[in-house]
Design a protein around this ligand. Structure first.
Ligand code: HAM
Length: 440
């Protein structure tokens, strides 16, 4: 049977067991890179007063067709959808914002003090063409502030995103920002855009001709080289903003200026999801390839305001909101990423070596003493030979080895050996943690 969604790495036989195309196993140190990022980003979000939320991976398909928009690439081409035995149409979440708004409304969070500030992370699913930094299962970290129109909320999201990137050691990123207006002014802008593009019908790509009818703002998102000249001259949304949108956007930019956050205004930035209004922004990174040449800017995160999302979902409630999410896979794969490690992964200080069955019996007692004292320890309990265990201690460069032999097991002691100087001390097991904390 041919399965188009099964990847075939070079040299792999057809019948070999493989993960689904665009989806990967994340193992060992690579897992830690993700965990380190999530810990750092969550810690920063918590300091800013955000609360965690986890929503299900499966949602009703309608949540995304209505929320993200039926004319978007995500809904049109990229959703993993399924029909359950009971006949429900469900979708593996392609993004988090619609789910967070659903959860906010479902749990009556409107009755909480506003705004409600939430952070989340986890896997998301889009049926895209896999390549470096683009997967069918990928990880996002996101922030959402729900229940306020205020421009300071937009600035808060951007502030925290910049802080997270800086704490990850990333400097060469660019923030692009635009305002696409609200229901008051967007209609007029859309008409202006359509009129302009209609004058160039013969020079634009077939997709753009379609976009004129279905989703005019997406005309500005076209990557087709033939459309770029026309796009350059297209009317800008900023020029069509109503007075309220203009002053909202001006305030956002004033906050960014006050925090010395640099940005580039980009009139063609409209984002690929339909729920946005007013502020939209995106973070890009410029890295050099191995030949020292700058590569194409890579989008590592983006977001914006989505004041009308509840209405799109068919709910007659006003919940102005703003948020953003990072593409975590893209960040941790960057050369300049600080390779943050999770808190739990500490460099082991001691290697525990046991010799004889009596010693094995007391092994867990020693390991538990060290764990409770928060002294990271390595061991190889399934090994018996002294030389094999010592060789592992040497290889892992742990500064101390703890030896527990038959005699020590009976005496209730261990030998602590300095792996550098080879000097040794015999220590009572119940004094071990205290002893190890004193020595460097
Ligand atoms: P988005 O721009 O579609 O926005 O996705 C955010 C980030 O996820 C992108 O900038 C990119 O880094 C990463 N990403 C997207 N697709 C893939 C993929 N196939 N493989 C790897 N990384 C990917 C949203 O999802 C909105 N929900 C953001 C938001 C939150 N807006 C308001 N609140």
């Amino acid at each position: 049977m041919k399965d188009k969604d099964t990847k075939k790495p070079k040299g792999a036989k057809k019948e070999e067991l493989q993960a689904v195309k665009g989806m990967r196993d994340i193992i060992g140190d690579q897992f830690h890179l993700y965990q380190g990022f999530f810990e750092k980003a969550s810690e920063i979000a918590l300091y800013y007063g955000f609360k965690p939320i986890e929503t299900p991976i499966l949602e009703k398909e309608e949540l995304f067709t209505r929320g993200v928009g039926s004319d978007t690439d995500i809904v049109n081409k990229e959703m993993f959808s399924l029909k359950t035995k009971g006949g429900d149409h469900l979708t593996m979440r392609p993004e988090g914002t619609a789910s967070i708004m659903r959860a906010y409304l479902e749990h009556g969070m409107q009755s909480l003090p506003q705004p409600v500030m939430l952070y989340y992370y986890g896997p998301f699913f889009r049926h895209e063409n896999p390549q470096k930094g683009r997967y069918r299962q990928f990880s996002q970290f996101g922030l959402e502030i729900l229940g306020t129109k205020k421009s300071i909320a937009d600035a808060t999201i951007i502030r925290i995103f910049v802080t997270i990137l800086e704490e990850c050691g990333l400097k060469n990123f660019t923030l692009k920002i635009n305002s696409i207006g609200d229901t008051e002014c967007r209609g007029a802008y859309r008409r202006e855009l359509v009129n302009y593009y209609k004058k160039h019908l013969r020079s634009i790509c077939p997709d753009c001709r379609e976009r004129i009818k279905t989703n005019p703002l997406r005309l500005l998102d076209c990557k087709n080289p033939g459309c770029q000249e026309i796009k350059k001259e297209a009317p800008e949304s900023i020029g069509a903003l109503c007075a309220d949108c203009k002053s909202h956007f001006k305030e956002v930019l004033e906050y960014l200026d006050a925090m010395s956050i640099s940005y580039e205004m980009d009139s063609s930035l409209v984002r690929g999801l339909d729920y946005y209004s007013r502020t939209v922004f995106e973070f890009f990174i410029n890295e050099e390839n191995s030949d020292g040449e700058e590569t194409k800017p890579l989008a590592i995160g983006g977001g914006g305001r989505y004041d009308y999302l509840p209405k799109e979902l068919g709910v007659r409630k006003d919940v102005p909101a703003v948020g953003a999410s990072f593409g975590v896979d893209r960040i941790i794969e960057l050369e300049s990423y600080a390779k943050l490690m999770p808190r739990i992964v500490k460099k082991p200080k001691v290697f525990f070596i046991q010799l004889s069955f009596e010693a094995k019996l007391r092994s867990f007692e020693v390991i538990e003493i060290l764990r409770k004292a928060k002294i990271p320890v390595m061991h190889s309990l399934s090994r018996d030979s002294l030389s094999a265990q010592l060789a592992m201690a040497e290889r892992t460069k742990t500064p101390y080895a703890i030896l527990l032999g038959q005699k020590e097991a009976l005496d209730g002691t261990v030998i602590v050996r300095n792996m550098d100087t080879r000097s040794q001390d015999t220590i009572k097991i119940d004094k071990l943690a205290e002893y190890l904390k004193k020595i460097k």
